[in-house]
Design a binder for this molecule. Structure first.
Ligand code: COA
Length: 191
């Protein structure tokens, strides 16, 4: 698996990826139906500054034009040590450890940029997503907000857990995700 920062040129790849997602996956990611990404959605999702808005894509090295997962966080303007994170993995790749690998990549990028807490809004019962927040930090705080849960995790003050995760996954039979962090396409997009 190749993981690199998202770039503006990924817009068509992201639209294609979104079109392959099941309704349930889209609803869990966006908390509503979204049959396709609009032009402005795509512009926002692909144009990150690498500092206050960080996003990575996971690509199959055999078919690098196919996105298999996307993870991002966006810093709260009024609370610079906190950011909101979101993830999505292609239906066919869910349950293979890819979401966990992306979560730990995101957590490392957050700690490197001074983010201490990551939050996420998810439909209650989305245990996979809660699991990702637990992986990034440890204990999580869950606050019920009607049909959604707001989850917060406090990040440990060190990085470098991607390599450890990859090592551990290799040791576990049946898990298939191996991550290579690719060089950023440009200095503006740290990955
Ligand atoms: C949430 C999501 C990104 C997780 O990606 P993934 O590649 O399936 O994640 P992993 O394989 O690393 O599994 C993450 C956790 O969910 C568990 N899990 C995975 N698939 C599962 C399934 N079908 N049923 C129950 N648990 C499952 C894993 O055991 C793991 O738990 P652990 O950390 O306790 O071991 C993915 O399910 C997804 O895209 N869901 C739709 C969008 C969404 O919910 N986004 C989050 C909104 S913030």
């Amino acid at each position: 698996m190749i993981v690199r920062s998202i770039a503006p040129e990924d817009a068509p790849l992201l639209r294609r990826f979104h079109a392959t997602l099941s309704e349930d996956t889209v609803r869990n990611r966006f908390l509503s139906a979204k049959p396709q990404l609009s032009r402005s959605d795509t512009r926002y999702l692909c144009n990150v500054d690498g500092q206050d808005h960080v996003a990575v894509v996971a690509l199959d090295p055999q078919r690098p034009e196919v996105i298999l997962g996307v993870a991002r966080w966006v810093r709260y303007p009024d609370q610079p040590a906190r950011a909101e994170a979101a993830f999505v993995v292609a239906d066919r790749a869910q349950g293979t450890g890819l979401g966990s690998a992306l979560a730990i990549t995101l957590a490392d990028l957050a700690v490197e940029r001074g983010v201490e807490e990551l939050t996420g809004s998810m439909l209650s019962g989305n245990l996979q997503s809660e699991g990702l927040f637990r992986r990034m930090g440890g204990d999580i705080t869950v606050r019920r907000q009607g049909i959604t849960n707001d989850v917060t995790t406090t990040l440990p003050p060190h990085t470098g857990r991607v390599e450890r995760l990859v090592h551990r996954r290799r040791m576990r039979p049946g898990r298939r995700t191996t991550v290579v962090r690719a060089r950023p396409r440009s200095a503006a997009h740290a990955a």
